[in-house]
Design a protein around this ligand. Structure first.
Ligand SMILES: C[S@@+](CC[C@H](N)C(=O)[O-])C[C@H]1O[C@@H](n2cnc3c(N)ncnc32)[C@H](O)[C@@H]1O
Length: 317
């Protein structure tokens, strides 16, 4: 174990990364000293820049996740006048952009972190959007009536929940009959999405090392970095019993397909998008070329666990 951990740590340190404490796309900015010890005005500014970043992202057709993942299987016209729940709505920018752009009758957002609700509500108010409502809560126990929503959208959240089967049942319960659940999230073996990017740019470590080894190596590096790294420490170390890696439940494509088979979804539509065609760095030329080379592998059973960009699925109740 010690030898493997040492090797894993060495590889991580060969490709070091250091997160920017002012990056509005990182939720960890809310754990920086600047946020925690800041004045109310300073905190409000940080919350606003987080909401604004995802609002602008969703207003940009080239990178909007709603468009990139789910259009044209759903369309602008079908969203108009509908209710939509954003599951894991973070600081609200995406949902607020969708509510305005697609003329939803109402957008609902839920997230576990109360700071995100404050950020979302402040941002909606600042740009005069009133057809949205945010709540703090766990997606495992949705505080909504059954048969409430026309659409549920969830991007990069399913990999973080404690019990995905329960979350899927909850989605089924709160959707109206004929309602649509749109989900995109990285499968555990997706080589770029092990959520260790705060410390290293090394990829695919989870192909070669156990989660325990990666977690220990990661933690040792944080210890070496000392106080400067406290703001991006994972929530728990050692890993909690539901975690495969920090805040990740370890769901594979096979696991996910198994879970939805157990439920009564009327129709399922999986989209195959190979690695490097989506995600935050997909516009880089090198990734565009690589994605073309790798594309056929994303269609093959088992190899898809390694080369699919994200699980991307539309389910109809
Ligand atoms: C990677 S972020 C994605 C945020 C947003 N959906 C997006 O695409 O930008 C994951 C979000 O899920 C939230 N989350 C994780 N587990 C949750 C749970 N059990 N219940 C509610 N929210 C949760 C986190 O607080 C965080 O805002």
């Amino acid at each position: 174990m010690a030898i493997r951990e040492d090797l894993c740590k060495k590889i991580m340190k060969m490709f070091p990364s250091y997160p920017d404490p002012h990056d509005p796309n990182l939720w960890e900015v809310f754990k920086t000293k600047e946020y925690i010890n800041g004045s109310e005005e300073e905190r409000r500014k940080i919350r606003n820049s987080s909401s604004l970043a995802s609002y602008e992202w969703e207003n940009n057709n080239q990178i909007s996740w709603l468009r990139k993942y789910f259009f044209p299987r759903i369309s602008e016209e079908t969203l108009q006048g509908k209710t939509l729940l954003d599951l894991g709505s973070y600081t609200g920018g995406r949902l607020i952009a969708w509510s305005k752009r697609y003329k939803l009758s109402k957008g609902f957002g839920i997230d576990i972190n109360p700071i995100f609700r404050t950020a979302s509500e402040e941002f909606a108010k600042s740009i005069n959007i009133s057809n949205v409502e945010f709540m703090t809560g766990e997606v495992e126990r949705l505080p909504y009536e059954s048969n409430s929503f026309d659409f549920i959208i969830s991007t990069d959240v399913f990999e973080h929940v404690k019990d995905l089967e329960v979350v899927l049942s909850e989605c089924y319960r709160v959707l109206k009959k004929g309602g649509t659940l749109c989900v995109a999230f990285p499968q555990y073996l997706q080589p770029l999405e092990a959520h260790i990017g705060m410390v290293t740019n090394a990829v695919a470590l989870q192909w070669f090392f156990s989660s325990k080894t990666i977690a220990s190596a990661y933690n040792k590096i944080l210890e070496e970095r000392g106080e400067d790294s406290y703001w991006y420490k994972p929530e728990a170390f050692p890993l909690r019993n539901w975690e495969k890696l920090f805040e990740l439940n370890g769901t594979s494509i096979k696991d996910f397909k198994g879970l939805i088979k157990k439920q009564n979804w009327r129709s399922k539509n999986f989209k195959v998008k190979p690695i490097f065609t989506d995600g935050r760095k997909s516009d880089w030329l090198i990734f565009k070329i690589l994605s073309k080379l790798i594309a056929p592998l994303a269609y093959l059973p088992f190899l898809n666990e390694l080369f699919l960009g994200r699980i991307n699925c539309i389910l109809i109740k």
